[in-house]
Design a binder for this molecule. Structure first.
Ligand code: PA5
Length: 444
């Protein structure tokens, strides 16, 4: 089995190996805390041993539920926000044919809602679903989050009108807390099929639970291979047999301490765009607290070399890059010869498109390092469920280690409450009377 690899030679002109190694002791202690459950936030580390121990029965139930939705629906809308949608979106997009949304194949499409409160987005989605056989997976750990609750209320009503209450019930699956929250009560009252999000797994670490696995299975992808990849990575990382997660955590913290405050996750394969979005939430919500934390950003290259490339090459020198490099694309495409050569491209004739892409990647890494941007390289053998499973677990465990090295609780998100409090106060939600008066006074 191949394992994803982390290469850090591209940081050594900026920080030396000795300063990375100096963090090893604190890094090993951080990993120990994750394994023993002795660190802060230890009531949210259920994800650490999840892939190795996930039950076959649960995977069978997810697969059977996915098959049932697929048999009834051409479109399934996964409703959720933050950790309740980003992981599924990342994996589905990485594995999907980019243009399958425009083709008329038999595969059930998974769309997303509840990740914003855009009126036009929801209106257009409802319009799109009007002549479709659709179903809903509604996902909220707390069961009380406003964005998905609004989307679910709208789509539930639409589905019931389109197919009747009994058929709608067969096409709605809820994923939420075992007991708490409005979504659980609604699920019990309506008799929906449901899955539980374990208490000890936070949203952004939940992609390998039914939260991510059900939408991924509905989209037709192999969740057993995804879990196998994660389980292999877990075994190797937790036992210390493979130190790629540790290396990544130590290196990014060393760079942070040297003044590199922004990390840009770079891909050269547009299928990985949403992996960047998932990674931003994982690291941003886990580390950005107590006045600390690397700011996570992402770019899709070579596209963004023609926009953000200037800033990265020449702007303020507070950034470093982490490139996800995919060794082998799934398909082969060669640049043709042209007799006239009017475009002057014959020097590339016969080469694979990926060879050009790889030279763009290498050339950019060298240019950015020369321009003052340290570079970490993560190599992924290919984009498959198995290697994406490895990548997910790699980033999760590295995030736990990194957060502990930074000295924060990586598993809470107290800062997310601020906007909610103000929004509820402004909307005069019952129970927020005091906050309503306070915010109205501020606005005067
Ligand atoms: O990582 C987290 O815990 C959050 O980003 C949540 O996933 C997000 O706020 C959605 O919460 P919920 O699933 O309770 O609706």
């Amino acid at each position: 089995m191949d394992i994803i690899n982390v290469e850090t030679t591209g940081v050594l002109g900026f920080v030396d190996q000795a300063s990375i190694d100096a963090l090893k002791d604190v890094g090993n202690k951080a990993l120990r805390k994750l394994i023993d459950g002795t660190g802060v936030g230890n009531d949210y580390i259920g994800w650490v041993n999840l892939p190795q121990h996930i039950s076959g029965e649960l995977l069978d139930d997810i697969s059977a539920t996915a098959a049932q939705l697929r048999s009834r629906c051409e479109v399934v809308v996964a409703i959720g926000i933050g950790g309740s949608y980003l992981g599924a979106k990342a994996i589905i997009e990485a594995l999907s044919n980019t243009f399958s949304a425009y083709t008329n194949n038999a595969n059930t499409k998974v769309l997303f809602a509840g990740q914003n409160i855009g009126e036009d987005y929801l209106y257009e989605l409802q319009d799109f679903l009007r002549d479709k056989q659709f179903g809903i997976i509604v996902i909220s750990k707390s069961g009380t989050t406003t964005e998905p609750a609004i989307a679910f209320r709208l789509l539930k009503e639409q589905l019931e009108q389109q197919v009747g209450v009994d058929e709608a019930r067969k096409r709605i699956v809820a994923i939420t807390d075992a007991k708490k929250g409005a979504l659980r009560s609604l699920t019990v009252t309506e008799g929906y099929k449901s899955f539980v999000i374990a208490d000890n797994i936070g949203g952004r670490f939940s992609v390998l639970t039914p939260v991510g696995l059900l939408p991924i299975a509905v989209a037709g992808f192999d969740i057993h291979a995804l879990i196998k990849g994660a389980a292999d990575m877990a075994k190797l990382s937790l036992s210390g047999q493979n130190d790629c997660a540790m290396t990544y955590a130590l290196t990014r913290n060393t760079l942070y301490r040297s003044g590199k405050k922004i990390e840009i996750l770079v891909n050269y394969n547009p299928k990985l765009h949403s992996v960047g979005e998932w990674w931003k939430q994982l690291y941003g919500e886990s580390e950005g607290k107590d006045g600390k934390g690397i700011f996570p950003a992402s770019v899709d290259n070579t596209t963004d070399l023609h926009s953000m490339g200037q800033w990265i090459q020449d702007g303020e020198r507070t950034v470093f890059e982490t490139v996800i490099s995919v060794a082998a694309p799934e398909n082969e495409l060669r640049i043709p010869t042209d007799k006239e050569n009017l475009d002057g491209l014959n020097y590339l004739a016969g080469k694979r498109v990926d060879e050009v892409n790889k030279m763009a990647e290498l050339g950019t890494r060298i240019a950015h390092i020369d321009g003052g941007v340290p570079n970490i390289k993560i190599s992924l053998p290919c984009i498959s469920p198995y290697y994406l499973g490895q990548l997910i677990y790699f980033f999760e465990v590295a995030c736990g280690i990194s957060g502990y090295i930074l000295g924060v609780n990586p598993f809470n998100q107290p800062g997310v409450e601020g906007y909610k409090r103000n929004m509820f106060a402004l909307l005069e939600k019952p129970g927020y009377e005091k906050e309503s008066n306070a915010i109205k006074a501020k606005l005067k």
